[in-house]
Design a protein around this ligand. Sequence first.
Ligand SMILES: Nc1ncnc2c1ncn2[C@@H]1O[C@H](COP(=O)(O)OP(=O)(O)O)[C@@H](O)[C@H]1O
Ligand SMILES: [Mg+2]
Length: 252
Amino acid sequence: MTAMVDVAGLSVAWPGRPPVLDGLDFTLAPGERVGLIGPNGAGKSSLFLTLAGVLPAAAGAVRVVGEAVRPGMFNPAVGLVFQHAEDQLFCPTLAEDVAYGPRNLGLSEAEVEGRVAEALAVCGLDALAERPVHRLSGGEKRRACIAGVLAMRPRLMLLDEPSAALDLRSRRALIRLLAGMDQTLFVSSHDLDLVLDLCTRVILVDAGRIRADGPTGDVLGDAALMAAHGQETPAALARRSPPRRAGGAGAP
Ligand SMILES: Nc1ncnc2c1ncn2[C@@H]1O[C@H](COP(=O)(O)OP(=O)(O)O)[C@@H](O)[C@H]1O
Ligand SMILES: [Mg+2]
């Protein structure tokens, strides 16, 4: 089966600066939902930009959806949802914004309209199609970005901090939406409860390297590992862990 992401010896660096990430090796299988965690500045967004072909790899091999990434070459099979919705939404209305990508693929107008309607429906935004994008709430903007990417029918979606700045209800709606998708999802997040709900596997990056790569419960539940990299085991998982001290306050 073709891996959705396949990197070997990958070094991610901004021009003229030492590598942010170095010697990365991992693959993502089709349909996997993988969380990418690590402290601020660890290189999560930079890695996504490299996978999307925006930031050239400084060394190593990068393949996404079965093809070598060529910097500057847009691959419609890969959808990147930016951390800041404002970086992504720019058309006057929501429907126009979602149509922008598919229209650029050279699809017929009927096909474009079909894809826009489908993506808006999946994201629960059909009633807002004609709304100016600057009049959408934070949660609606986030889902609008996802709709714009979905309309391209990517096989791999890279979501950078998708729940940042969302209120509880918008966050739940987003998690439900993502959980129902069959695309391969690679999700960077500080929201470890979202990662726990959504992802079966987690990659932890810190100080240039992958520090852990394994089942979500194993990585997030390893309190010592998490603490060593400035992270905290989510409360939902800590409650499930066996008590550390016999008869301690944490005993069920
Ligand atoms: N556009 C850029 N130009 C130069 N350096 C950048 C740029 N974006 C991020 N960096 C640097 O790359 C490093 C990793 O940042 P980033 O990938 O944003 O980390 P994270 O997403 O994990 O918080 C940081 O040191 C940051 O300053
Ligand atoms: Mg980031």
